[in-house]
Design a binder for this molecule. Structure first.
Ligand SMILES: [Mg+2]
Length: 444
């Protein structure tokens, strides 16, 4: 049953709705609409000038309408008179093909057409910094191995508890919170869900964490590598495929009937799951443009050893059993964990590219290759033939551009717009003058 937003407002005392969409760079854009006007907006959408956001439009384009998806509505736990609702961009009656939430919805529908319903969970790590972002908010958080530091997590209990309480109230089923492997870094986990629901929650989680941190006088960041020498912000993603969406799901397709003798059978991954994983492995280099979308992303993957002793990020396209040093880990039957994505990944495109690569793997019966059980950080040099991940954003964009199958699966309009804007961003980066080049070149 479709939620009527005007009724929702009347029943809950909501005065304003944030009609929100996400652009190609992951920015969340919203209009604040009074509840008195929401009935019309639910029908027609809120108007935006697409050029003013990162969607590859010109000032001459007509109005873009963001049509709210009432299934996604969330009353802000920290400001209950406002409700957030994710929207699908539409222009002149047609869905905007390059808009990230539309890209994901199209791929979810494609998978559903094949009887596959992707469920995912994300681990969106973040740092709590000083308000200007220059340092860790807690001056006593200096341990060389700060992961799970109970003293440090309790010094930020008020922030962590508030966010976790909100997730409990929202019915997200959060189940654990911890201090992560970098000083100033935290992780909060909630239950996995259908890919679109996870993408909406992931978007809202970022908004919520930043808002609560601000209210406590801190600044939360999901930047992939905010502090040199410390572990970066990953966004590890757990993936499984089911026979039906939502609560109707009964059978985990990734766990069902692995062929005896199959190299993944002993890890509890079905042949279909194995082929899906094969798609991830084959498209990994190109995927990186989406899962690790910023210049800074490449300081997390391919990084030198951090203060804690491990980066916890991959640098090579390999998979393993329950071993965190590889790009993909199979931690238990019927699912895998992609450890590649970082905190800058667009919540919608992250899910979309996993589905696109996985569906191609199933269509082609892709082989994920040999499983490696070694410590990749210590013995990675012994692996022969495994592809290296792109070393920087330009390499990743080029890998994406070369991968015609993935480009097509993500949508031609999307891929063209994404590559165009990202290349412009790269050009902006390389044309800026850095202190490093002066220090290394001035006296040459
Ligand atoms: Mg973590």
């Amino acid at each position: 049953m479709t939620t009527d937003l005007a009724t929702f407002a009347a029943e809950r005392g909501v005065r304003y709705f944030m009609i929100s969409f996400t652009d190609l760079f992951g920015g969340q854009r919203a209009k604040l609409v009074p509840a008195q006007a929401i009935a019309e907006m639910q029908e027609d959408g809120a108007g935006f000038a697409g050029f003013a956001t990162w969607l590859d439009m010109t000032p001459a384009h007509p109005d873009m309408l963001a049509v709210p998806d009432p299934a996604s509505v969330i009353q802000l736990p920290w400001k209950p008179e406002v409700a957030w609702v994710a929207a699908n961009p539409v222009m002149e009656g047609a869905e905007v093909a390059q808009a990230p939430r539309n890209v994901l919805r199209r791929l979810i529908a494609e998978a559903a057409g094949q009887g596959m319903h992707v469920k995912t969970g994300v681990e969106a790590e973040y740092f709590l910094l000083s308000p200007d972002g220059s340092e860790i908010s807690d001056q006593y958080d200096t341990a060389a191995k700060p992961c799970y530091d109970q003293q440090a997590v309790m010094r930020r209990y008020d922030v962590v508890r508030e966010i976790c309480d909100y997730m409990l109230d929202l019915g997200w089923e959060p189940y654990q919170n911890d201090h992560e492997d970098a000083n100033g870094q935290f992780e909060m986990n909630w239950a996995f869900d259908d890919a679109l629901a996870t993408a909406d929650k992931h978007s809202f989680f970022k908004f919520m964490v930043k808002s609560v941190a601000e209210a406590h006088g801190f600044r939360a960041t999901f930047m992939p590598k905010p502090i040199e020498g410390l572990t970066g912000n990953g966004c590890h993603t757990h993936v499984s495929v089911w026979d039906a969406p939502g609560d109707a799901a009964r059978t985990n397709v990734f766990a069902a009937d692995p062929a005896p003798g199959s190299p993944t059978a002993e890890l509890g991954l079905s042949d279909k799951g194995r082929a899906f994983l094969g798609g991830i492995m084959q498209h990994a280099a190109a995927m990186t443009a989406i899962t690790n979308p910023t210049v800074n992303s490449y300081k997390r993957i391919n990084a030198p050893v951090t203060l804690s002793g491990a980066t916890w990020a991959p640098n090579t396209v390999t998979w393993s059993g329950n071993n965190r040093t590889h790009m993909v880990r199979l931690p238990g039957p019927g699912r895998f964990e992609l450890r590649l994505p970082d905190g800058a990944a667009n919540p919608y495109l992250l899910q979309a590219v996993i589905i696109a690569a996985g569906l191609d793997g199933i269509a082609t019966g892709a082989d994920p290759g040999k499983r490696h059980d070694i410590d990749m950080y210590a013995e990675g040099h012994k692996v022969r033939g495994a592809a290296k991940l792109p070393l920087n954003m330009l390499d990743a964009l080029r890998a994406y551009d070369r991968d015609r199958t993935l480009k097509e699966a993500m949508g031609a309009e999307f891929s063209e717009a994404f590559l165009k804007l990202k290349h412009a961003e790269w050009d902006s980066f390389v044309s800026h003058f850095s202190r490093w080049e002066k220090e290394h070149t001035l006296d040459i």
